[in-house]
Write a protein that binds this ligand. Structure first.
Ligand code: MN
Length: 575
């Protein structure tokens, strides 16, 4: 069964890259051997899964290394094959990709609030090479296509993760069709009732709208041809189910308000043709106010470009029309991959792509950035170099054994990691295991490391840690614990407490100082020193250093001191 699809894969690759099929064959046979005897839950031989992912990537015209890595992407997972084995067989580039995909697989998803941010960061960090993300997306697409074979709880978890992480990721990368496919595959598992309702609502409405299109399409073609606009393609596209549901939610579930249930889409040769076509269409049919959208002049954040308009058709029916060039269409369907479809002429020496994101990873408009850079830089090797600007280059991401991503600066150690997980874990850290191996606490962590902190009860931070920790959070906690320990020494008491400098300004009468110190003594506070400053003031300032056990005690002390005869003002500061 595998060989049939291998032939298909080779066929697809041949259409854009006739060389380098040998590596594909070798990767296939390696994976086939490793997975031999393994079955998917669907009953298919396991190799069908990596093959499916590889074929999708070939459809995006990706380079042979990516496709080989897709074939190998599950070989380093519980099979006794190591990344080193893959490196030996297939070289650094492919080993890097397989390693990245394997690391991404280690992330465990436990709810959107908690995981979305760290997952996203993780993606962008581990995936220094965007091809890793592409393989992972195609891996997920095939897993979704075969989700029916899994038990219900797993279906729901995987589908939810797809909806919340993978589909938005596909969207950010500009893969419109992949995003739609992932969402529609996940929709019935995550929201079964809503899905059934949307299907029912759409069904009756859909055929009516399809009839509108049938009526308007030949007229549109005629109007454009009369003005000698070349139509490269004209087709209708139905809104996909999940986005239809999202839109229904915004419009009181009223399907009559959804004008783009089916849209008429046309591809014309140039940008100028796009605007001319829009004008011609508006000359025949009135546009719906407020719904003319120029995404050519103002592309969407993920780089999407097109002209959209909604018009009243010949019988007053409302229809959305989308106009774009072939390049815009290619980008809308294939996203960022449209820019680097493999071609030999480009002679790409280094195919590795760093993901450049905006500094805070808040809004990823990097598809636009890439486009801008591409426009500025004509030489393709220079363009690739510019892609390496990576806002994350000074950050690393490590995993807890449970799969939570912890974001750290480069050079961070297990102590930094421990404090980022929890201050109590940092304070009681006694050792660490990185990727299963014991390491010293000053060990420099690497991207994607799985870090397990070993704790010991009653353990205290070591002052030496301050010499190697990299994060201010670790430094702050260590310093604070050490300060408390120091204070305990001064106070001679086990439980905490603070040394407070109490400052009293008051009339310098006979017995004044004595009255103040008696108040302090009445709290059983063993004063650590007192002094009087006169300076320019009319009244002296008396400073008493008092070890105070609690906030409550401090408040009471201050109140009591204020009631002493002759006192004008009492203030304090913690030292
Ligand atoms: Mn897989």
């Amino acid at each position: 069964m595998g060989t049939v699809t291998l032939a298909l894969l080779k066929e697809k690759i041949k259409s854009y890259n006739p060389s380098d099929l040998a590596i594909i064959e070798r990767a296939f046979h390696f994976a086939d051997k490793v997975h031999r005897g393994q079955k998917r839950k669907s009953g298919e031989p396991y190799i069908a899964h990596p093959l499916a992912a590889a074929i999708r990537l070939a459809e995006l015209k990706l380079d042979p290394a990516t496709i080989a890595a897709a074939l190998l992407h599950d070989t380093a997972e519980d099979t006794g094959v190591s990344i080193e084995d893959i490196r030996r067989e297939f070289g650094d580039d492919i080993a890097f990709l397989v390693d990245g995909v394997t690391k991404l697989g280690k992330l465990k998803y436990r709810g959107i609030e908690r995981m979305a941010e760290s997952l996203r960061k993780m993606f962008f960090a581990i995936a220094e090479d965007i091809r890793v993300v592409l393989i992972k997306l195609m891996d997920r697409l095939h897993n979704m296509e075969t989700l029916a074979a899994l038990p219900p709880e797993k279906q729901k978890r995987i589908a939810l993760e797809t909806l919340e992480i993978y589909a938005p990721l596909a969207s950010r990368l500009g893969f419109g069709d992949l995003k739609a496919a992932l969402e529609d595959l996940a929709f019935p598992y995550v929201y079964p009732e809503e899905h059934a309702m949307v299907m029912k609502l759409a069904q009756s409405e859909m055929s009516e709208r399809a009839n509108y299109i049938k009526r308007i399409q030949p007229l549109t073609e005629k109007y454009l041809r009369d003005e000698s606009i070349t139509i490269l393609d004209m087709h209708s596209r139905a809104k996909h189910q999940y986005s239809l549901w999202q839109k229904l939610l915004k419009h009181d579930m009223d399907i009559e308000k959804i004008h783009d249930l089916i849209a008429l889409r046309m591809i014309v040769p140039t940008i100028e043709d796009c605007y001319r076509a829009l004008g011609i269409i508006h000359a025949h049919w009135k546009p719906f106010p407020g719904l003319i959208k120029d995404y050519i002049a103002m592309p969407k954040p993920n780089g999407y470009k097109s002209l959209h308009t909604t018009i009243f058709g010949p019988d007053g029916e409302i229809i959305e029309i989308q106009i774009r060039t072939p390049e815009m269409h290619e980008e809308a369907e294939h996203g960022i991959a449209a820019h680097w479809a493999y071609s030999e002429q480009k002679k790409l020496k280094d195919y590795r792509k760093n993901i450049a994101s905006t500094a805070k990873d808040a809004e990823l408009s990097w598809v636009n950035q890439l486009r801008d850079w591409q426009n500025e830089v004509t030489d393709s090797s220079e363009f690739l170099e510019s892609l390496k600007i990576d806002f994350f280059k000074n950050r690393i991401f490590c995993l807890t054994p449970r799969g939570d991503a912890i974001d750290l600066p480069e050079g961070a150690t297990p102590v930094d990691f421990a404090y980022h997980v929890h201050s109590a874990i940092g304070n009681s850290a006694s050792g660490a295991r990185v990727n299963g191996k014991m390491v010293p606490l000053d060990h420099e962590l690497g991207n994607g490391d799985v870090v397990e902190v070993i704790t010991q009860k009653n353990k205290k931070p070591n002052p030496d840690w301050l010499n190697f920790v990299k994060t201010s959070m670790a430094r702050k906690h260590i310093a604070s614990v050490l300060r408390t320990a120091e204070r305990d020494k001064i106070f001679g008491q086990k439980q905490g407490g603070q040394l407070v400098e109490v400052r009293v300004i008051g009339k310098d009468r006979v017995g004044f100082l004595n009255d103040l110190t008696s108040v302090v003594a009445s709290f059983k506070i063993n004063m650590k020193g007192t002094r009087t400053e006169r300076g320019e003031r009319s009244h002296p300032l008396i400073i008493m250093n008092c070890p105070v056990k609690s906030d409550d005690e401090l408040k009471k002390l201050i109140t009591k001191l204020k009631s002493v005869k002759g006192v004008d003002e009492v203030s304090y500061r913690i030292i």
